[in-house]
Design a protein around this ligand. Structure first.
Ligand code: C5P
Length: 239
């Protein structure tokens, strides 16, 4: 098992059956995974973004590969290494991520949309750098396209659909609502008001929200959480 970050003696029986090797385990699905933040340009040198490190999405891509699945990873800018064997599509803005997902979704059996997509973007991108002038600068924002919300009705995706919900309050309630509205099979919910997990952290503690029940996963590395999520997504497909 060496330094395999996905090795998890309490959980992945298939890893144990594989002699603890960090390697392909015969998965037969194609996963589309979005990860990282987006950047919404204000002018040629400035943008709006958020604190997403991309670690959860990259861990999901690594875990899916570890289980032997094929992976298309569509990611906003991060400092992370792309996991080996993953088809990688780098993007910057929410619109670019939307376009890439729309184009690639036909190849996927399961989609896990983990990216922290900006909800709003500047209405106008200034061609020249905005000059410092008055005491206040008002920037008008408009909604970005909702990628998760387009999966079923706009892109016609019929595979397993997993969304993320990063909330600071009423985490489960909001996740249930999102599950229904976006027609997901599962929502991975976490509380981003905590500093020890979630955004820009190596660990996470999440609740898996299904239409009829919830399941709590204890605080763990993002790699181990990712393995759970991939196995759950696989089970939904084969249910
Ligand atoms: O509604 P909220 O942004 O909290 O939903 C989070 C989920 O929706 C995540 O799975 C995220 O990747 C996805 N999302 C998206 N497109 C957006 C905004 C969020 O796919 N424009």
């Amino acid at each position: 098992m060496g330094n395999c970050p996905y090795f998890y003696s309490n959980f992945s029986t298939r890893v144990l059956q594989n002699g603890g090797q960090c390697g392909r385990l015969g998965g037969d699905m194609k996963f589309l995974i979005t990860a990282g933040p987006t950047r919404e340009a204000l002018d040629p040198v400035r943008y709006l973004t958020n604190r997403s490190s991309g670690r959860m999405g990259y861990a999901l891509a690594g875990a899916a590969r570890h289980e032997g699945h094929e992976v298309i990873l569509i990611s906003g800018p991060t400092t992370l290494d792309v996991p080996a064997g993953v088809d990688f599509i780098p993007v910057e803005s929410a619109q670019q991520m939307y376009d890439a997902v729309r184009d690639m979704v036909k190849y996927a059996d399961a989609a896990i949309l983990c990216a922290a997509v900006a909800d709003y973007r500047p209405v106008a991108v200034q061609e020249q750098k905005i000059k410092k002038s008055g005491e206040r600068l008002v920037i008008e924002l408009e909604k970005t396209p909702d990628i998760l919300g387009s999966m079923r009705d706009v892109f016609g995706f019929t595979g397993t659909l997993v969304g993320f919900a990063a909330e600071t309050q009423n985490v489960e309630e909001y996740a249930q609502d999102k599950l229904r509205r976006k027609k997901c099979d599962m929502i991975v919910a976490n509380d981003v008001s905590r500093h020890d997990i979630g955004f820009d952290s190596r660990e996470n503690e999440v609740t898996l929200v299904y239409p009829d029940h919830v399941e709590y996963l204890e605080k763990d590395t993002k790699e181990h959480i990712a393995l759970h999520i991939i196995e759950h997504a696989t089970l939904i497909r084969h249910a």
